[in-house]
Design a protein around this ligand. Structure first.
Ligand SMILES: *[C@@H]1O[C@H](CO)[C@@H](O)[C@H](O)[C@H]1NC(C)=O
Ligand SMILES: *[C@@H]1O[C@H](CO)[C@@H](O)[C@H](O)[C@H]1NC(C)=O
Ligand SMILES: *[C@@H]1O[C@H](CO)[C@@H](O)[C@H](O)[C@H]1NC(C)=O
Ligand SMILES: *[C@@H]1O[C@H](CO)[C@@H](O)[C@H](O)[C@H]1NC(C)=O
Ligand SMILES: *[C@@H]1O[C@H](CO)[C@@H](O)[C@H](O)[C@H]1NC(C)=O
Ligand SMILES: *[C@@H]1O[C@H](CO)[C@@H](O)[C@H](O)[C@H]1NC(C)=O
Length: 542
């Protein structure tokens, strides 16, 4: 051992001794202070102020906690509520990439699914949540492989077809068609619809204005977790203005029966209400579930999806619908995903990348199969009629069972109009065979992108209600196609286009849970919100 070493050891020992002494000193001081303060202050003085980390109950706080907590709460509900689990996807979102990228994403997607089936870490959950807000390129309930493609497409939102856009912008335009006032009068020369004369609506609920009502909203957007997808619950987002939740639709010159969950259930005893359509139809469905329950958790409500063929596809993915039954009145409320309201069939079942026949002249298979079990039917379509979605889904228009060769019909606006007419007319023709069936076609839900599209910086920043207009006075629907399609049929028009058009502040806008920067959702609505009104009108018309 060299002297240098010995010296070092000595210094080390000294340092240790000094440290020991200081530790003893610190302990002594602390103990003294502790004993001294014991009498004068309670123990809580030593705890962090107001244990705020343990309480996260107010909406304000829940809202501020980002994805991790929301993910937790989502997880805890996911077994009871399929719509808040990972299959939750912004299905109106799409952008179609070239084939190569499409297939690459598909491969990735398979792994997403596998991950989810095993242990899921927070990071994975977050990723899935991201996926949740992304795209659906094709219809659900296909093979897992193509199903997962949808989940992986990292694009957002919708592009409406050309004609749709035009229609929305010209929404206040009135159409002077003398026939239109006789909307619910059977057409004399129409033999395809064997409906008797239908009484003229006493009240046109589409006319009226929005008024502030402190009895709104009908449920809490932060509490209706069992039925409301978090991606549509603006209370869980950064949004801070909620004046829009307090608006009630006041029809002109007539009163509208107040919605009450218990009244609804009693009226619907032993009955089934079915929403069939795209994601806006799904919003209306979730809104209805929240309205019936008042946003309260209902563990007694039964999941009866399998009775309507709604099962989670093998390998995960989203079922093509949900059905719930309220046992006290035996009332069923369901939603079936049918974005274009026509029949879609794979051309080669054994090929996961098969093209699909999109039968413009055939109603969705679901309706043909289950119409006899439905008492109130609400259909809609609209925003999926664009080239991007059709190509991405590999849908090929068919007519009379063969690929369509009619160039005029091939134009998307015409194809959509044709299909709406065709499906509405078919449902109407079925009414005489289904005692008590009430069928509604819900008109187009307007979109409000300003200064671009969903993928080109379009936005809907306005937060002041009724900036666009104060009331709706027009007699005719702003959705000309829908109004025309129901005319002379037994199907009623649930006309919500114009009244929703003046509520541009009610969209998700930039507040979504997971949207990428600069991407806004000016298509879907915050819930509670505008779709609640659609249901109030539906209830009044039922
Ligand atoms: C899944 O991930 C693994 C690596 O974790 C990768 O080797 C594979 O190519 C991915 N795709 C599929 C379809 O398994
Ligand atoms: C529930 O309603 C259906 C008709 O929708 C009926 O067939 C069934 O018997 C009812 N069940 C009960 C338990 O009342
Ligand atoms: C509902 O169905 C049950 C069982 O079929 C029946 O006893 C009851 O009377 C029905 N109620 C109504 C209002 O139809
Ligand atoms: C259907 O797809 C499978 C798998 O890709 C393929 O082997 C088969 O030849 C296809 N059948 C037809 C009729 O194209
Ligand atoms: C929509 O389709 C119906 C029935 O095919 C047709 O009578 C009507 O003219 C069409 N409307 C437009 C705007 O193309
Ligand atoms: C809306 O707000 C975003 C930023 O949040 C901005 O980039 C965009 O230009 C705004 N749009 C309009 C029309 O003012």
């Amino acid at each position: 051992m060299t002297p240098l070493h010995r010296n070092r050891m000595k210094r080390g020992a000294l340092r240790r001794k000094a440290r020991d002494i200081s530790v003893v000193l610190v302990v002594l001081v602390c103990a003294t202070v502790g004993i001294w303060t014991w009498d004068t202050s309670p123990t809580s003085a030593f705890l962090p102020p107001e244990t705020r980390f343990l309480k996260l109950e107010t909406e304000e706080e829940v809202k501020r906690i980002p994805t991790a907590l929301n993910t937790e709460s989502k997880k805890s509900y996911s077994s009871a509520t399929p719509f808040v689990n990972k299959e939750e996807t912004n299905e109106d979102s799409t952008d179609n990439k070239d084939t190569e990228e499409y297939e690459e994403k598909q491969v990735e997607g398979v792994n997403v699914s596998k991950t989810h089936q095993g242990m899921t870490s927070i990071i994975e959950e977050k990723r899935l949540e991201q996926v949740e807000h992304e795209v659906l390129v094709s219809e659900p309930n296909k093979t897992p492989t193509s199903e997962e493609t949808k989940l992986k497409q990292v694009n957002h939102e919708v592009t409406a077809s050309e004609d749709e856009r035009t229609k929305t912008t010209h929404i206040e335009e009135t159409h002077s068609d003398p026939e239109r006032n006789e909307q619910f009068v059977a057409k004399k020369d129409d033999v395809s619809t064997s409906t008797a004369r239908i009484p003229i609506q006493a009240c046109n609920y589409a006319k009226g204005k929005w008024v502030v009502d402190n009895h709104r909203p009908l449920y809490s957007g932060s509490h209706c977790k069992q039925w409301l997808a978090s991606m549509w619950a603006c209370r869980l987002m950064q949004r801070t203005d909620f004046a829009f939740e307090r608006l009630r639709w006041q029809p002109k010159d007539c009163s509208m029966e107040e919605f009450e969950g218990s009244k609804f259930l009693r009226r619907m005893q032993n009955k089934t209400l079915a929403f069939v359509g795209d994601s806006l139809g799904r919003q209306q469905f979730q809104s209805m579930m929240c309205m019936i329950t008042g946003g309260k958790e209902r563990l007694d409500v039964l999941d009866v999806g399998p009775e309507f063929g709604f099962v989670t596809p093998e390998g995960g993915g989203r079922p093509n619908g949900w059905a719930y039954r309220f046992p006290e009145t035996n009332t069923t409320v369901l939603y079936h995903w049918s974005s274009t309201l026509c029949d879609i069939q794979p051309l080669n079942i054994s090929d996961p990348l098969t093209e699909h026949a999109m039968h413009l002249d055939r109603p969705p298979a679901f309706l043909r199969q289950y119409l006899h079990k439905i008492d109130v039917l609400v259909m809609n379509t609209g925003h999926h009629w664009n080239r991007g979605k059709l190509n991405g889904n590999r849908w090929v228009m068919h007519l009379n069972g063969v690929p369509n060769t009619n160039k005029k019909l091939a134009a998307l606006g015409n194809a959509k109009n044709f299909t709406i007419h065709s499906t509405v007319s078919w449902v109407s023709s079925q009414l005489p065979h289904h005692q008590g069936l009430k069928a509604f076609y819900r008109s187009l839900s307007p979109r409000h992108f300003v200064g671009g599209e969903w993928n080109t910086g379009g936005s809907c920043n306005n937060t002041t209600p009724m900036s666009i207009g104060k009331e709706v006075l027009q007699e005719e629907s702003s959705d000309y196609s829908a109004g025309h399609a129901v005319k002379g049929t037994g199907v009623k028009l649930l006309d919500i286009t114009a009244l929703s058009h003046i509520r541009d502040e009610g969209h998700i806008s930039r507040f979504s849970l997971t949207a990428s920067k600069g991407v806004q959702d000016c298509l879907h609505w915050c819930l509670p919100g505008v779709p609640d009104t659609w249901n109030e009108i539906l209830f009044a018309m039922m």
